[in-house]
Write a protein that binds this ligand. Structure first.
Ligand SMILES: [Zn+2]
Length: 303
C-alpha cells in the first residue's frame, strides 16, 4: 500500500466560470462525492499558493501581470474560454502551488505520492498566455520547481488528457531535462501534438489517438511505448497530467475509455521514478465520469 495524499482546498470552488461552462466547480464536488461514496479517504493537504518567483520560472512577467489585472481589476482576458474573475486569482495561485506542496511532502518522505485536486487546470497555459480553461501551467511550474529549487536532474510528465498539453510541450521543448509524453485525440482542440514534434534530444513524445479508437489502443501504447521510454529516461520524479475527458461519456472528447482504463494506465506507470509521483487533475467534464475515473486513478496510486 502506498501512502497517498490529496491536495485540495475550498478556494478551488470559488473560481466561478459562469453558467454552462464545462470547467465548473461541480467537477471537483463530483470527485469529492465519488471519493466519499467509494470510501476513499486519503489524508488531505492544504496547498500553499505559488509565489511570483514560482510562476516566473515558467511564465513571462507580462502574463502574470495581465492575469492579475484581469482577475482583480475586472479587465477582460482575450481568450473567452478562459474566464477570470476576482476569486480566480487566489484559486490559480493555489492550483499552481498545489503541485509544489505535494512534491515537498513526497520528497520529505511524508507521502509516497499525491493527487492535486485543484482548478483551474493548467496544461494548455503557455508561457505568455492563458487558454483552454487554463490560467497558469500548474504542472510546468511544479516541474521547474523540482529542477531548479529541489535540484532534481530529470523530471518526466505523462499527459493522458484527451487534449494535447500544448503549453507543457512548448515550455519544455528545448529543455532536455524534462521529458514530455502525451496521448491525445486528433483531430481535436488545440490541434497541436504531432508525432514529428520530438523536442530537444527527443524528449517530447506524442501519440495521436483517432476519435472512437479502442481503449486497448491507449493501454497498449502506454504499455508498449510510453513505459519503456519513461524507463529509458529514468526520471527522478514523475508528474501526471490526469485529464479524464477521454472517458466515453465526456462531452468534449470522442474516446471510449472507462474508469478501469485510467486505473490501468496509472498502474502501468506506478513504479516509474521509484514511485515518486504527483498527479494533477486537468480535464474531465462529465460529472459522474470524472468522479469515478478520478477515484479509480487515486485507488491505483494508493495500491
Ligand atoms: Zn482536456
Amino acid at each position: 500500500m502506498a501512502n497517498t495524499a490529496v491536495v485540495y482546498c475550498e478556494q478551488a470552488l470559488a473560481h466561478d466560470t459562469g453558467e454552462n461552462h464545462p470547467e465548473s466547480p461541480a467537477r471537483l464536488k463530483a470527485v469529492l462525492a465519488a471519493m466519499e461514496a467509494a470510501g476513499v479517504a486519503p489524508p488531505m493537504l492544504v496547498p500553499e499558493p505559488a509565489t511570483r518567483e514560482d510562476l516566473l520560472r515558467v511564465h513571462t512577467v507580462d502574463h502574470v501581470d495581465t492575469v492579475q489585472r484581469c482577475c482583480l481589476n475586472g479587465e477582460d482576458y482575450p481568450d473567452p474560454d478562459t474566464v477570470m474573475m476576482d476569486q480566480t486569482w487566489e484559486a490559480a495561485l493555489l492550483s499552481a502551488g498545489g503541485g509544489i506542496t505535494a512534491c515537498k511532502a513526497v520528497l520529505a518522505g511524508e507521502y509516497d505520492n499525491a493527487f492535486v485536486l485543484m482548478r483551474p487546470p493548467g496544461h494548455h497555459a503557455e508561457a505568455d498566455f492563458a487558454m483552454g480553461f487554463c490560467v497558469f501551467n500548474n504542472i510546468a511550474v511544479t516541474a521547474r520547481w523540482l529542477r531548479e529549487v529541489a535540484g532534481l536532474h530529470r523530471v518526466a510528465i505523462f499527459d493522458f488528457d484527451v487534449h494535447h498539453g500544448n503549453g507543457t510541450q512548448h515550455i519544455f521543448y528545448e529543455d532536455e531535462s524534462v521529458f514530455f509524453v502525451s496521448l491525445h485525440e486528433y483531430p481535436q482542440f488545440p490541434g497541436t501534438g504531432f508525432p514529428y514534434e520530438r523536442g530537444k534530444s527527443n524528449t517530447t513524445l506524442n501519440f495521436q489517438m483517432p476519435p472512437g479508437c479502442s481503449p486497448d489502443q491507449w493501454i497498449n501504447t502506454v504499455r508498449g511505448v510510453v513505459v519503456p521510454q519513461l524507463q529509458l529516461f529514468a526520471p527522478d520524479f514523475l508528474l501526471i497530467s490526469a485529464g479524464f475527458d477521454a472517458h466515453r461519456l465526456d462531452p468534449l472528447g470522442n474516446q471510449l475509455l472507462e474508469a478501469e482504463h485510467f486505473a490501468e494506465m496509472t498502474r502501468l506507470v506506478r513504479d516509474i521514478a521509484q514511485g515518486r509521483i504527483v498527479s494533477f487533475l486537468e480535464g474531465g467534464y462529465h460529472p459522474t465520469a470524472v468522479g469515478v475515473s478520478a477515484v479509480a486513478h487515486l485507488q491505483a496510486l494508493m495500491a
